[in-house]
Write a protein that binds this ligand. Sequence first.
Ligand code: PMP
Length: 402
Amino acid sequence: LSTWSAVPAGPPDPILGITEAFKADKDPRKINLGVGAYRDENGKPYVLNAVKKAEVKMAIAKLDKEYLPITGLANFTQNAAKLAYGSDSVPLNQNAIAVTQSISGTGALRIGGAFLARHYPGHRIIYLPTPTWGNHIPLFKDSGLEVRSYRYFDKKTVGLDFEGLKEDLKNAPEGAVVLLHACAHNPTGVDPTPAQWKELSDVLAEKKLFPFFDMAYQGFASGSTTRDAFAVRHFVSQGHNVALCQSFAKNMGLYGERVGAFSLTTSSEEEKKRVESQLKIIVRPMYSNPPLHGAHIANTILSDPELYQEWESEVKGMADRIISMRERLCELLTNDLQTPGSWGHIKSQIGMFSFTGLQTEQCKALAGKAHIYMTMDGRISMAGLNSSNIEYFAQSVDAAVR
Ligand code: PMP
């Protein structure tokens, strides 16, 4: 008998499985709207000019390949914190933010989960929105936290269930942790308004709930890194200590380079030093220290004013292209095809994804008949659409719905 004869086969990953089905499809009209990676107007992966120029600068500088410290490239983590919290942030200027480089956003979430499981003084329970990014659930369970949910999306209005959300948080045990998507909620594309964020900050303060932000799309939602940081900066300005996970996968297009950061705001430089020492103790036995190349790219962009400006305009370019696809799709379905149902939500939703409201059966029909691939909850990656395929997509949705 083999040692592993009792290991059961696990289910395939629901999102990465879609890409496999897409690749196997030979039809020239096929469209992949499953994976959350930006595509340009020609449907191709996009390497930002700011990234290419940073890599040229790095090649000329003839950098070595020595190990980074446990918490990563110090200039990078400082610049990442400044990008998220803003240069006028009080804890940033008091040198009271503990921060470590991470293996992109996923790695940041995992370090955060492990830190809370070990050091959080309140209930080690984390509340996640329903629905949320699928990986959040196993990730926090594996980190050793108890996972619970709060209402977020209202299927009837295809918008935010703000009353349900507040009720669930008010009923949470005092001192629990609440995961918040800082901007461009995945998978729904539905975000609280600034006024709702302010109310949420008060609800969390009242119940002494701990805000744990996942910010995987800064700049990608509105095209402005400042506007997309509103929630995080508001909570910090109201005196909350926050946890924050950052990813440079989407906003710098550095997906496979795995560049991210995890930070905690603390009340003093002395406290920050203690917290940072414990972050090191968590990281060291997991992977010793993070990868170098991607952090160098991000840091080169963040610390060079010219590259920074070019990057900001490229982020805006990506966001604007997605927004224009939202407008076009809504117009095609509503006016040109007069497809049954209402489609305004496609335009009002924000970020990489749209939660179309298409049912599982309709999604299956789109895959089987039209060679269009998406997750079975009706989520589409808007970046997969372009002027060459959007009409075919709209016609196929129209056919699936009638
Ligand atoms: N959080 C959310 C909400 C996401 O959508 C993603 C990417 N799909 C991540 C975190 C992490 O992505 P990465 O590890 O590639 O940065």
